[in-house]
Design a protein around this ligand. Sequence first.
Ligand code: UDP
Length: 435
Amino acid sequence: MPYPILGHMNPLLQFSQVLATRGCKITFLITEFNQKRMKGEIEHLEEHMKFVTLPDGLDPEDDRSDQSKVILSLRRTMPSKLHKLIQDINALECDKKITCIVVSKNIGWALEVGHELGIKGALLWPASATSFASFQSIPKLIHEGIIDPQTGLPTRKQEIQLLPNSAMMDTAKLPWCSLGKNFFLHMVEDTQSLKLGEWWLCNTTCDLEPGALAMGPRLLPIGPLMQTNTNKSSFWREDPTCLNWLDQYPPQSVVYVSFGSLAVIDPNQFKELAIGLDLLNRPFLWVVRPSNDHNKVKNAYPNEFHGSKGKIISWAPQKKILNHPSIACFITHCGWNSIIEGVCGGIPFLCWPFFSDQFINKSYICDVWKVGMGLDKDENGLISKGEIRKKVDQLLGNEEIKVRSLKLKELMVDNSAEEGQSSKNLKKFINWAKD
Ligand code: UDP
């Protein structure tokens, strides 16, 4: 059962597929709204799992990009319905009774429902182990006076290291700081409920975040989750033509630009980026999601933008793109799924974090793994066209970053191999789940 955004649904769908191929029977819960939205996009997965739905408690026209609204609505309306759904399924299905619940974050109450019904549970954390560790550290950070207990904001400016061997972080960039007080208070509660999970599975590997994974044996790296046939499970229609378009270019020549499913760029920044991409004088593939009725911001291309070297698409088959030989680098918002996908493709990154854990993820890319660079804002708070051009040139001229990116890719492959650490962890989890 994922929290209903793509960054949570995709890893859980991929995880479910892995479990299904290893003999587990999967019931996958999505919201009625997402089922309608994804109609035709998830049917190919029905051979691996059964989909069931519940309402999210919002009206059809409500703005589902407002996460506080979604979180509250789910918590208000879903627990009793989930309780009944599980009871109904277990009353009917003889060989498909629900015996284990796996949830993503923001819906820790679902593990409480399972607990009430005597069903064991686990968490699949859809972000980095380090961000998980940071949420787990909230009580300690409050106790040590580093953050305010009511708002989660730092009491003073400082850099801390949450765990040995993990990236240093500016306390103002802790994942909840950019999301407001209500989100912080929600996460304090959620983190408590998620402790009911016997395992905290994470789409990472032991090489990527050894410091954070030292948190304890319940935190189990099972990454990278990279099944490619879940690619189509999306809210927007993928543009398949971009793969043929990429084929015409030489190896490592195209700049790929995508900011995931949630981040919104303000109009001035959008213009600057458009002109910056033109200035590269290289081919670029840019994902510009369609604006919806709730988006206050509409994408307007500046008059001087010609985009003659680029292709703009509304949604990409991202995993395939990041494994295409023509891609030279990835300008990314640093969402964890995008990072894992980029690392698996051996692609160098240019980091453009927007909110939440994206700042920590950037630190890993730039300071720990050293497989990318950051884009810096100017005095007006914008990433300028000149900065974009300069950093792309610097990144593509940096052979050491390229070598490290390919090495990191090899480590990811090793983890997924039969005897790799993530595969072993997965087996451990499946044995527990089936028991
Ligand atoms: N994605 C995609 N096509 C796109 C952009 C993104 O398929 O054009 C996928 C991407 O592969 C990733 C997910 O959407 O699996 C985005 O998750 P991430 O954690 O990177 O960011 P979020 O959307 O949660 O901010």
